[in-house]
Design a protein around this ligand. Structure first.
Ligand code: PGA
Length: 258
């Protein structure tokens, strides 16, 4: 059975709705310079807004830093004004697409079923999903964390075969920790990560569970990254606010292979 060491940590920066194309390209260049040395031990992924994907992709050419989008539409093309499809993201150089982020679920009405359609579209386009799950404060306080996460996994990953499931990245992001400065303790994170891996073992088998990478997200900062990333089932981080500063994001990436 693969051990933690066989799972290459994946650290992704979710830039959300920040940065013009020029600013994003400058940040990508800065990160590329800062991270050149660590790039093989840790998979580094940058997720700028749609308008900056092309210039950031250019800045990352011939590097081992990967490009990601923050969302996509489930259809490959069609009359869907304002939407962007997975094949379009593939064409512009993406490797990953973040799906089911809690901001998309809470502010844009995304459902587990909708996330599942997008997950399938992403695989069909030759891309990989970063599937976000996580409970609200109310759900945690009601003792429903594991149940909520299981439901989101069952919905979001429905119908995948084992090979696809093993290549998906799962991001555990407690909603109450996103952008709030409140981080889950490493014990809270590890508990949910172990639960997620157990759920994957039940659904797709032990080998898939041993291979699948599970990121933690929610106020990850340089000073808490090493502790969180040191947990046996935490295989990387999905970083929002701190990914907008090159020095902070580089420090988090370095914590992933310490
Ligand atoms: P945060 O965001 O690091 O700013 O809390 C994390 C995320 O939303 O992915």
């Amino acid at each position: 059975m693969p051990t933690r060491k066989d799972r290459r940590p994946v650290v992704a920066g979710n830039w959300k709705m920040h940065k013009t194309a020029a600013e994003a390209q400058a940040l990508a260049r800065e990160l590329r310079n800062a991270l050149g040395v660590v790039r093989d031990q840790v998979e580094v992924v940058l997720a700028p807004p749609f308008t900056a994907l092309y210039p950031v992709g250019k800045a990352l050419e011939d590097s081992n830093l990967y490009l990601a989008a923050q969302n996509c539409h489930a259809e490959a093309q069609g009359a869907f004004t304002g939407e962007v499809s997975a094949p379009m993201l593939k064409d512009v150089g993406c490797r990953y697409v973040i799906l089911g982020h809690s901001e998309r679920r809470q502010l844009f009405g995304e459902t587990d079923e909708g996330v599942n359609r997008k997950v399938k579209a992403v695989f069909a386009a030759g891309l990989l999903p970063i599937v976000c799950v996580g409970e609200t404060l109310q759900e945690r306080e009601g003792g429903r964390t594991l149940e909520v996460v299981s439901r989101q996994l069952a919905g979001g990953l429905a119908g995948l075969d084992a090979a696809a499931a093993a290549r998906a990245v799962i991001a555990y992001e407690p909603v109450w920790a996103i952008g709030t400065g409140k981080t889950a303790t490493s014990a809270q994170a590890q508990e949910v990560h172990a639960h997620i891996r157990g759920w994957v073992a039940q659904a797709f088998g032990k080998e898939v569970a041993a291979a699948v990478r599970i990121q933690y997200g929610g106020s990850v900062k340089p000073d808490n990254a090493a502790e969180l990333l040191g947990q046996p089932d935490v295989d990387g981080a999905l970083v929002g606010g701190a990914s907008l500063k090159a020095a902070d994001f580089a420090a988090i990436v370095k914590a992933a292979f310490a």
